[in-house]
Design a protein around this ligand. Structure first.
Ligand code: GTP
Length: 366
């Protein structure tokens, strides 16, 4: 249930029973209530000069004058004070009366009236009323009874006002604690996000978005361990762009970058979900293919890579070497990469030989 769905009385669990209990705590009896009623007509007759005198004293304190602020507020406060004084001498101190006192506490907290100023106000009012009682009732037991009854009622009221005041303070502290916790949670979330981003940055090659060399040795070591456990083969494909230096020299470094990104995208496109791709160096790439033999890797990588290249009509020539290990005996990650690299060089040599041969007639024609 929301706080705004409950009255102050409900929030503070104040019932008729609780009110009676509080009266006994302050020793406030029916005879006290009766004594106050008997003075009601005097209080009513003197209400205007009493309220005027009260606010003259109050506004003579600069801090209080500043809090009251303007004549409209002062008029409203005067009306409320008039009602309060008459309520004090009404003899009825029920739920409605208590609710008004609770509201006073809340309002004082809201507008920032410090307890010392509230208490000073009560003290002033009590002195004015005591003077009024003393002036109107002769030196009889009735005078003492009325003064004591008023004193008890003031204590009863102050307790109520302070309880709401304190409750409102506690709620404020709770709310700012919640805000701080929320802020801390937000910060934690940001740190987590930034950590993920930094991890991604440290794992990937910024140009192609593929994983970097550091990740290759980690992935390969883990992959080999898993392959050994499962009794499966594991393959590595080594890819190198042919004559990449020439591309850079002829079309510029930026175009060279585009070619590298294009090769990376093509590699990503042909891979299975379980494969991982890496940029190994300038124009060199590696693929780790779990549960794959050398022949299967050649089929997956070499053939599909060429098919893709032809489809995209991109004039890039690649050399690919595949090697696998397992499922019975496993070599080291370094040895596996070396084998794939060597096979790639065999292919590159063949490509170079082929291009020399195809270029030869034109040379001879010269
Ligand atoms: N555009 C671009 N070029 C790069 C990058 N990293 C390395 N390179 C260049 O890539 C070229 C690689 O040249 P080489 O290792 O001689 O290879 P190649 O020209 O492909 O020759 P082969 O491997 O024998 O076919 C060098 O000129 C490097 O400067 C990069 O991030 N962007």
């Amino acid at each position: 249930m929301k706080q705004t769905d409950q009255t102050l009385l409900e929030q503070m669990r104040i019932t008729d029973f609780e009110i009676e209990y509080r009266k006994t705590l302050f020793n406030f009896s029916h005879s006290d209530a009766d004594a106050l009623i008997r003075f009601h007509s005097v209080a009513e007759a003197r209400i205007e000069p009493l309220v005027t005198q009260f606010y003259e004293l109050q506004t003579s304190v600069p801090e209080i004058a500043l809090l009251i602020g303007d004549s409209d507020t002062l008029a409203r406060l005067r009306a409320a004070q008039r009602k309060y004084i008459l309520d004090l001498f009404s003899g009825v101190y029920d739920l409605a009366y208590v609710n008004n006192r609770l509201r006073i506490g809340l309002v004082h907290k809201r507008i920032g009236v410090e307890p010392k100023l509230y208490l000073a106000g009560i003290h002033t009012l009590k002195q004015l009323l005591n003077t009024l009682i003393t002036d109107h009732i002769g030196d009889t037991p009735e005078r003492l009874l009325t003064l004591q009854a008023l004193e008890k009622l003031f204590m009863f009221d102050i307790a109520l006002v302070f309880e709401t005041y304190i409750r409102s303070l506690v709620a404020e502290i709770e709310s700012s604690r919640e805000k701080s916790e929320q802020y801390a949670r937000g910060l934690e979330e940001k740190v987590r996000e930034r950590t993920h981003q930094l991890e991604d940055v440290s794992r990937t090659d910024p140009l192609t978005g593929l994983l970097n060399t550091r990740q290759l040795s980690e992935t390969l070591t883990k992959g080999l361990r898993q392959a050994e456990r499962r009794g499966e083969p594991l393959a590595v494909a080594y890819i190198d762009v042919n004559d990449f230096k020439l591309i850079n020299d002829q079309y510029g470094h930026q175009h060279g970058d585009e070619i590298l990104r294009f090769v990376a995208t093509t590699i990503r496109r042909i891979l299975r979900t379980e494969d991982s791709s890496f940029r190994y160096g300038g124009d060199e790439f590696c693929i780790v293919l779990p549960n794959c033999t050398q022949e299967q890797a050649e089929l997956i990588v070499t053939r599909r890579l060429y098919e893709e290249m032809i489809q995209r009509e991109e004039c890039v020539s690649l050399s690919v070497g595949c090697a696998s290990t397992g499922p019975n005996e496993f070599c080291s990650p370094e040895a596996l990469i070396r084998q794939a690299d060597e096979r790639m060089y065999v292919m590159k040599a063949a490509c170079k030989q082929h291009s020399t041969e195809t270029a030869a007639p034109s040379h001879t024609e010269k």
